[in-house]
Design a protein. Structure first.
Length: 691
């Protein structure tokens, strides 16, 4: 017999059938209660009750719901990106109250990626995660307290909390009303409950069979939750939708009296939703213009950032026309396989300056191809017929999880057996080994693919010597000599058209400008359990620079880099946000040409200013920056943020750089000259190979 878990209504006449079908059971049925509007999915194939403790402890639940019994690098990356988005939304709701800290509990925290972000703001954080594998992984990666238990309202869980978060938990519990009552009891007066659930208003772009799932015992929607939670004592602060999810922040208050009619689940037209989804796929958000427009609409960027995006598109259009009319148009072009999409300022600049560097020696037009597109024998044959050669690079393309695939084990998805099919010359240019600290060695298919790539390419340029040594461990001895040191062309920008133009427009600034970049993607791999100490060190540097009269420009190479803002705001650091991720190559290079000191985590937040003669201080959280500093002969220009005395060392590095900017610029000129000479020799090899 059907029974409403919310209001207790029973009997088939008390319910209306909403949908038949689910992602794991074509016969599953979703009902809505006529009395209160509560929705739930029921499986006809399910035999007997599922023991939740056994499902979690065995890893079966994580395998079904999270895709893996234990987290992999792709899952870490996704989890941390989502955690940053959730922190940004919480800051928008709380404002400076976010800095008041207090006790915070996350229920069903998974690996706990949200907890260290709160902890670094002074919150006393704790997680509850019933899967012991995920709980242990989070404790080891982030150094936070995660208990491998269920949230059952026991005495140990009733300590008064200032904030309780439950993301994608409520839909899984057997009795959601009782769960919310336990949350209410665990909160202090005016304590906050941060909730996120799949939303019936946003059913997977119209794919209803994909939206409903028998593991989701309840199905929620905005009007139901915002009517029923006040009756349990919660007061709504703010709510919204993100992708197919509903989120809300409630505060503990007094229970409200029932009023009005029962909530009604939304009625969808699946055909219309499917058509909208198809349109979205056709106009996928891959262009810089689309991303900039979306960022302005959602308040993540300014109109000025959007205009930079338009300028780049205008320039690209003009360049395309010019290429078509140039005297090289009748010659076959070179194919450039690299990161051609927007979203990361370093990749945007790198893609263009790779072509500028090679184009000065090889006089041909370009055909651009995304490194993320799978390569088939047909793709290779098309390149053989239509191009004079193929250039792969630059950037940290030797990374297993940015574009996961079983073909190559790195970002370019091409099978080892397909590489010999190239009849046109193939070259690798300024590519790096980008494994993060703490990551496992790449799988066997990477070594096989690298072997075939090096064997086939007439030139293999690796962007730092540290990468060369690491890559040798995957290669047989006879291929080691084919790996050549080719610095990233962003490090020699002053000698390329993009850099020369920017430097010609540079004007002295007053006060002096410090560009600060803090990468927040993969913060677990970059900073691990030392995230609070790392952020304290960065904030202390910013406070010191502010007292010294510097103007601080927050250089966001990706949208996630803006996640440093709450930590700076908490310390009353004044800064201006520069959303470089929406800017054109010319605008990014011109920005860095106008700063006096660049402090950063990202490789291109250091190589671009270095290439323009701007002094740098590298916040080393990835080996690639340490390798770069070794290559230019100045490891003293970086601070390893994993060291216990990183904060003190960072202030010392700042004092050394800021005390004599002019002398540091002269040192850069000398170091850059060595990179330019190496590049000149390598370009002669490329010119000969692509003749």
């Amino acid at each position: 017999m059907l029974c409403c878990r919310w209001c207790g209504a029973v009997g088939r006449n008390s319910f209306v059938l909403v949908h038949t079908g689910a992602r794991d059971d074509a016969s599953a049925q979703t009902y809505a209660c006529r009395e209160c509007g509560y929705c739930f999915t029921q499986s006809r194939e399910l035999e007997g009750p599922v023991d939740p403790v056994d499902a979690y402890r065995s890893g079966r639940f994580s395998l079904e719901a999270r895709g893996r019994a234990t987290p992999d690098e792709v899952k870490i990356k996704q989890s941390e990106r989502t955690a940053i988005d959730r922190l940004v939304r919480l800051r928008a709701v709380l404002g400076d109250r976010l800095f008041a800290s207090g006790a915070a509990l996350e229920i069903g925290c998974g690996m706990g990626s949200f907890l260290p972000l709160l902890g670094a703001l002074g919150w006393r954080v704790r997680g509850i995660e019933p899967d012991p594998h995920y709980a242990r992984f989070g404790r080891e990666l982030y150094g936070v307290d995660i208990d491998a238990v269920l949230f059952d309202g026991s005495a140990g869980q009733k300590s008064a909390q200032d904030l309780i978060a439950a993301f994608h938990v409520l839909e899984h519990v057997d009795d959601p009303k009782a769960f919310l009552q336990r949350v209410f009891e665990a909160l202090r007066p005016e304590g906050l409950f941060y909730l996120e659930v799949p939303s019936l208003e946003r059913p997977a772009a119209g794919n209803l069979n994909g939206f409903f799932w028998t593991r989701h015992k309840s199905v929620f929607y905005k009007s139901f939750l915002e009517r029923e939670l006040p009756r349990l004592g919660f007061s709504l602060r703010r709510s919204g939708h993100v992708r197919h999810n509903y989120w809300a922040v409630f505060a503990r208050a007094a229970p409200a009296s029932p009023s009005g009619k029962a909530a009604r689940p939304p009625v969808w037209n699946a055909r219309i939703l499917r058509r909208a989804y198809d349109v979205a796929k056709v106009s996928a958000p891959t262009t810089l213009l689309w991303k900039a427009a979306h960022a302005v609409a959602t308040g993540q960027a300014t109109a000025a950032d959007f205009n930079h995006g338009r300028l780049q598109l205008d320039r690209l259009a003009r360049k395309h026309i010019a290429n078509g009319l140039s005297r090289f148009a009748r010659r076959k072009p070179l194919a450039h396989i690299g990161v051609q999409s927007a979203g990361n300022a370093g990749d945007v600049v790198l893609s263009e300056v790779v072509r500028q560097a090679i184009g000065g020696a090889v006089r041909r037009s370009w055909m651009r191809k995304s490194v993320y597109d799978a390569v088939t024998p047909q793709t290779v044959e098309a390149l053989n017929k239509s191009t004079a050669g193929v250039v792969v690079g630059g950037g940290g393309l030797f990374l297993a999880d940015s574009n996961p695939n079983a073909l190559s084990g790195w970002q370019w998805p091409i099978a080892a057996k397909t590489l010999p099919d190239f009849r046109v010359p193939l070259a690798v240019f300024a590519v790096g080994y980008n494994k993060f600290r703490g990551q496992d060695r790449f799988a066997a298919e990477f070594g096989d693919n690298l072997n075939a790539l090096v064997e086939k390419s007439f030139f293999v340029g690796i962007r730092n010597r540290g990468s060369i040594e690491e890559l040798k461990t995957y290669l047989p001895q006879h291929l080691h000599a084919k790996l050549s040191f080719q610095p990233c062309p962003t490090a020699i920008l002053a000698g390329l058209p993009a850099g020369a133009r920017a430097l010609s427009r540079r004007r002295p600034s007053e006060p002096r400008v410090l560009a600060l970049n803090v990468a927040f993607d993969r913060f677990g791999r970059r900073y691990g359990a030392r995230l609070p100490e790392f952020l304290d060190a960065v904030v202390a540097l910013a406070q010191r620079a502010q007292r010294d009269g510097w103007r601080i420009e927050l250089a966001c190479h990706t949208a996630q880099d803006a996640a440093i803002r709450p930590y700076l705001d908490r310390a009353a650091v004044r800064y201006r946000v520069r959303n470089l991720c929406y800017w054109s190559t010319a605008a990014v290079v011109e920005f860095y040409a106008g700063v006096d000191l660049a402090v950063g985590v990202r490789g291109h937040a250091q190589m671009i200013p270095f290439g323009l003669g701007v002094p740098i201080i590298s916040l080393v959280a990835h080996d690639k920056l340490a390798w770069f500093l070794e290559d230019i002969g100045h490891p003293d220009w970086g601070v390893d943020m994993a060291m216990d005395d990183a904060g003190r060392n960072l202030l010392a590095a700042y004092s050394a750089a800021a005390s004599d900017i002019a002398a540091r610029r002269l040192q850069i000129v000398e170091a850059r000259r060595r990179l330019e000479n190496l590049t000149r020799d390598n370009l002669a090899v490329l010119a000969s190979g692509f003749r």
